[in-house]
Write a protein that binds this ligand. Structure first.
Ligand code: ADP
Ligand code: MG
Length: 320
């Protein structure tokens, strides 16, 4: 039983659900009444957990760990087009190390403050180092970017460049951490949640997901939820510069199936091409059109001559 089958079988219960959107997207949506301006809003809720030895090596700088534990949650809010508001922090620590805690908190609060997101509570226990954050945000009702809104004919777009974090993980696990460039280390340890982009996409994108488990697998989630297929053009995919010298098979593997990119993948109607191109040019992160939503099921990747590119590993799955 893989990770997603497990969730479906034991936790994803049949309706009736009082939720606006339950299990199966980057975050859940709860009806939240009206804001001060009288607009209906949804509360957006997501949880992500980081465990030492599984999601990071224990030697990683605590400042980046504080940043990343919150960043991966804010990335899920960004994928919904939500504005972050607050978060809770559940922490298991093997021991109290004051220096470690001070630096961890500094990394976490620096990111929180940049997005006006307040720590609202949590829980602290002794145990193997585990950081679990629940992030809360808001979005105007009906404007959330959901995985299930893609339609055949939509363009597929991605922010940034892919594969650098997966490559840096590989180098680190091979004992070559010291030779990583500052840029590669930043891609892995200091991912930037695309909050501003998510807000800008509320009226430009149809479906969206953040890339945590690899482009091919995460696009597969959009396809399943939207009951559509997708076609990617390998030649258009923005591959991180760090991968330039690698053989093509490895570049394909890292850019299509490597995780930890925390970029946004989204679908949009072709009428929005020029608006999205302009947004990519003036915004803080590049936007690239990499394929299209098609009728059918599954993700196909084509090379420059229209032949199918095979991807060995379709995204990260904890129990695959
Ligand atoms: P993401 O990578 O965007 O954080 P995941 O792949 O971790 O999403 O999870 C897929 C979906 O399953 C999400 O909607 C998530 O909330 C839900 N989910 C994961 N684990 C559980 C669980 N133990 N109980 C209920 N829902 C879960
Ligand atoms: Mg996500």
């Amino acid at each position: 039983m893989d990770e997603f089958e497990l969730i479906r079988r034991f936790f994803d219960r049949a309706p009736p659900s009082g939720l606006e959107l339950g299990i199966g997207d980057d975050a859940a949506l709860l009806r939240a009444g009206r804001n001060a301006a009288g607009e209906a809003e949804s509360l957006v809720v997501t949880t992500d957990m980081l465990i030492a030895g599984r999601h990071f090596v224990s030697a990683v700088e605590p400042e980046s760990l504080g940043h990343k534990a919150l960043a991966v949650n804010l990335s899920d809010l960004a994928a919904m087009g939500a504005r972050p508001e607050a978060f809770t922090l559940a922490l298991a620590l093997p021991e109290v190390n004051e220096d470690w805690l001070e630096v961890f908190a500094r990394g976490m609060f620096a990111l929180a403050d940049r997005h006006g997101c307040e720590l609202a509570g949590g829980d602290t226990t002794r145990g193997p180092l585990t950081i679990s954050i629940t992030a809360l945000g808001r979005v105007p009702s009906g404007s959330a970017l959901r995985r299930d809104h893609a339609e055949p004919g939509d363009d597929l777009w991605v922010s940034g460049a892919l594969g650098a974090a997966a490559w840096a993980t590989r180098e680190r696990l091979a004992g070559r951490d010291a030779t990583l460039s500052a840029a590669a280390r930043r891609r892995l340890d200091w991912p930037e949640p695309r909050i501003g982009l998510g807000l800008a996409l509320r009226h430009l994108a149809r479906a969206a997901i953040d890339l945590s488990d690899g482009l091919a697998g995460d696009l597969g989630h959009i396809c399943e939820r939207s009951r559509v297929g997708a076609q990617l053009n390998w030649a258009e995919i923005p591959v991180a510069g760090e991968l330039a010298a690698l053989p093509e098979s490895e570049r394909i593997e890292l850019a299509l199936a490597g995780g930890d990119d925390y970029e946004l993948l989204f679908s949009a109607v072709p009428e929005n091409r020029s608006a999205l191109t302009a947004l990519g040019t003036r915004g803080s992160v590049a936007l690239t059109r990499i394929g299209a939503i098609v009728p059918g099921t599954g993700v196909t990747v084509l090379d420059g001559r229209g032949r199918t590119v095979s991807v060995a590993r379709a995204g990260f799955n904890h129990f695959a």
